[in-house]
Design a binder for this molecule. Structure first.
Ligand SMILES: NC(=O)c1ccc[n+]([C@@H]2O[C@H](COP(=O)([O-])OP(=O)(O)OC[C@H]3O[C@@H](n4cnc5c(N)ncnc54)[C@H](OP(=O)(O)O)[C@@H]3O)[C@@H](O)[C@H]2O)c1
Length: 190
């Protein structure tokens, strides 16, 4: 039987490119958009085994007023913290979630929300390893999307080629679980 992937935030950008990639590769793709009710969605999946969950949806707010901080936290950190039971959970974090690699400052809400996502998912990686479920954190690179802007360093195709290669590897190597990696496989400092 073919594999099934659930991808959040697939209306555009990296999520859309991931959905196109997995569809071409013959997967059953369940692409979610923001107006889906989480409870109804979970019910609709009750009988569908999900092999891969990609927590991709995210926002980047330049403003640092309280509402912007909370919005980013809810979408980027908490929104990715309640997955179901797939074999691989791939979280699209960001290099900006790294505390050790923060040399330029700014973007308080975005950085903190991605650091929180990293923390949630690192913990889940430990809890789910005995069940053979890998949980990974990725930086997709600086990508040409609405969020990254037209002047970003790489295309969605370059990013998705790297990410999907790492995800493939994770299916065969449980030792990768809990890793925080750039789309090209480089390790990122926590
Ligand atoms: N682009 C980059 O350079 C870059 C770098 C590092 C990390 N990232 C991460 O990569 C992921 C994808 O980014 P992108 O560049 O593809 O961004 P994008 O082009 O702005 O797309 C963001 C996606 O997330 C969805 N989304 C936003 N808020 C949501 C919410 N509250 N609930 C559900 N869905 C929501 C959007 O849906 P709508 O269409 O409904 O708004 C859209 O599908 C994000 O997690 C981002 O933080 C991107």
């Amino acid at each position: 039987m073919g594999k099934t992937v659930v991808i959040t935030g697939s209306s555009r950008g990296i999520g859309r490119a991931l959905a196109e990639h997995y569809e071409k590769a013959g997967w059953k793709v369940i692409a979610t958009a923001r107006n889906a009710s989480i409870a109804a969605f979970a019910n609709s999946l009750a009988d569908t085994p999900v092999n891969l969950l990609i927590n991709n949806a995210g926002i980047f707010e330049k403003g640092e007023h309280t509402t912007a901080l909370v919005d980013q936290f809810v979408t980027n950190a908490v929104g990715g913290s309640t997955p179901g039971n797939p074999a691989v959970v791939a979280n699209i974090s960001s290099g900006m979630g790294s505390i050790g690699d923060n040399t330029s400052g700014g973007y308080y809400g975005y950085r903190a929300s991605k650091s929180a996502l990293n923390s949630f998912m690192k913990t889940l990686s430990l809890e789910w390893k005995p069940e053979n479920i890998s949980v990974l954190l990725f930086c997709p690179g600086w990508v040409q999307t609405d969020m990254g802007g037209a002047g970003a360093a790489i295309t969605t195709t370059q990013s998705v080629t790297g990410l999907s290669g790492l995800i493939d590897k994770a299916f065969g190597d449980l030792g990768m679980t809990g890793s925080y990696l750039r789309y090209n496989g480089d390790k990122i400092e926590w």
